[in-house]
Design a protein around this ligand. Structure first.
Ligand code: AMP
Ligand code: ZN
Length: 464
């Protein structure tokens, strides 16, 4: 498999550190709200990468963190008058629900920053001992100029970078490019004891520590959105390589951004959507399929027209699968006929086309085209083939869809009367302020493809 490596700016043949195994670390979300539709892109893309490695027979150790201490979490906690822990735990639960809706497998490990403080203190101490970091008034800074090769991932040069920085008179750093590893406690903020006084970690150190603990000193693949290249990933490299004296990650993969109606998503521009909001309009399976319809390194535009198009495309695949399932019951022949064998040859070539696309830097767009060719083959040949051939087609399409995280299994249809009854129960639960039960019912319905909308005229529902 070839992977485009941000570090070398080239597509390179993937060679694992240990044959048959892959260690992947993906920077996860900061949990201060529901995840937004942009956050969903790296989740879907790198879950597909993991699934493809598994299909190829690799044992995958997939690690993705939750950043659960951060300015935005603190702000939200203060606004609501609750603890940061309450905020982060609430949104981790919600994030996991969205992930399940998008059929994203739980990571092998989902470490949380607040549970790894000891490891961070240990790494920061080691960096100080080795002369790569220094403390000033309770803040520990990383000494960027001490780090050989700083800027190699983002292709930035320290002199150019510092030329663009305005130095505050009060700046206590030895160099404007030095960055924070540990910051002192402020009133109303969570803090932990450390050799430099009570405080909390800077953002970058958590990933260096958690990736080392759960994957190893050298990662096969480190991934995330392209906005993380600088400074986050650059600083992770600096911390890890100066501390461990070995390569931090062999391959760096970055997804391009998701834009809304060709504009950058932002709260102030009013084009900011959470995955939860979108799930009221579209099935999250459609969203997943839409995300994979473009190559992960191309910017992707999110618009109703494009998502509707993805929805019809996905329906074409699911209808074909349904058709084959129905036909299997009416077909005979446990052996392939001569005509079947010729069709199986075409099928094998199309599977190869799919794999070639995925092997070419995870080109899911071309892989989906190969699935469509298989669907076309199925639609024209299954009715005249044997049962064995239909079964072969079905298992092939199902397997290829599964790599993309597309569920081809049809869910039991829930009856209108049952939906109405559950909605009534939810209303009663809300009235009784039993919001937990009300949410449970909403999630249960969502799982069955029923989307609820609270309107002024009451609760409306639709099938996604
Ligand atoms: P954050 O919670 O901001 O740290 O983001 C979590 C992940 O989502 C990171 O890998 C980001 O690069 C990624 N991300 C954030 N916004 C977008 C977007 N609009 N498109 C694609 N990826 C994004
Ligand atoms: Zn990170």
């Amino acid at each position: 498999m070839k992977i485009y490596n941000t570090l070398t700016k080239k597509k390179e043949e993937f060679v694992p550190i240990t044959p048959g195994k892959v260690g992947i670390y993906v920077c996860g979300p900061t949990v201060y709200n529901f995840i937004h539709i942009g956050n969903a892109r790296p989740m879907i893309v790198f879950d597909t990468l993991r699934r493809y490695f598994e299909y190829k027979g690799y044992e995958v150790n997939f690690v993705s963190n939750f950043t659960d201490v951060d300015d935005k979490i603190i702000k939200k906690a203060n606004e609501e008058g609750v603890s940061c822990h309450e905020i982060s735990e609430r949104y981790i639960v919600e994030c996991k629900k969205d992930m399940e809706g998008m059929n994203i497998k739980p990571a092998t490990h989902h470490p949380k920053a607040t549970e790894e403080i000891d490891g961070m203190i240990e790494m920061i101490s080691s960096l100080i001992d080795q002369g790569y970091a220094y403390e000033k008034n309770g803040t520990v800074y990383f000494r960027t100029r001490q780090c050989e090769g700083y800027g190699k991932l983002s292709k930035k040069n320290l002199d150019d970078l510092s030329a663009g920085i305005r130095i505050a008179v009060s700046d206590e750093k030895d160099d404007p490019m030095d960055f924070v590893l540990w910051k002192p406690k402020k009133e109303g903020e969570p803090s932990w004891p450390s050799p430099w006084g009570d405080g909390r970690p800077g953002w970058h150190i958590e990933c260096s520590v958690m990736s080392k603990k759960y994957v190893g000193e050298t990662l096969d693949i480190h991934a995330g959105g392209e906005d993380l290249v600088f400074p986050h990933h650059e600083n992770e490299i600096a911390q890890s390589e100066c501390c461990n004296h070995t390569t931090f990650a062999n391959y760096w993969m970055h997804n391009a951004f998701l834009n809304i109606d060709n504009k950058k998503m932002s709260k102030s521009a009013g084009n900011f959507f959470t995955v939860r909001e979108i799930s009221e309009k579209y099935s999250l399976q459609v969203i997943r399929f839409f995300m994979l319809s473009a190559h992960y390194r191309s910017p992707l535009n999110f618009s109703d027209t494009l998502v509707e198009a993805a929805k019809s495309s996905l329906e074409r695949i699911l209808n074909a699968v349904d058709n084959i399932r129905t036909m299997i019951d009416h077909l005979d022949g446990e052996e392939l006929t001569e005509a079947d064998k010729a069709n199986v040859k075409v099928l094998t070539d199309l599977v190869k086309k799919y794999e070639d696309a995925m092997d070419d830097d995870l080109n899911t767009a071309d892989a989906i085209s190969a699935v469509f060719e298989i669907v076309k083959l199925a639609n024209t040949t299954v009715k005249d083939g044997s049962k064995a051939y239909a079964q072969k087609l079905l298992s092939t399409i199902t397997e290829l869809c599964d790599i993309l995280g597309i569920i081809t299994e049809k869910k039991e249809e829930i009856l209108d009367a049952d939906i109405e009854a559950l909605i009534e129960e939810r209303q009663a639960a809300r009235k009784a302020k039993d919001f937990k039960r009300a949410d449970e019912i909403r999630d249960q319905l969502l799982e069955q493809g029923i989307v609820l909308k609270d309107t002024r005229e009451g609760v409306k529902w639709s099938r996604a």
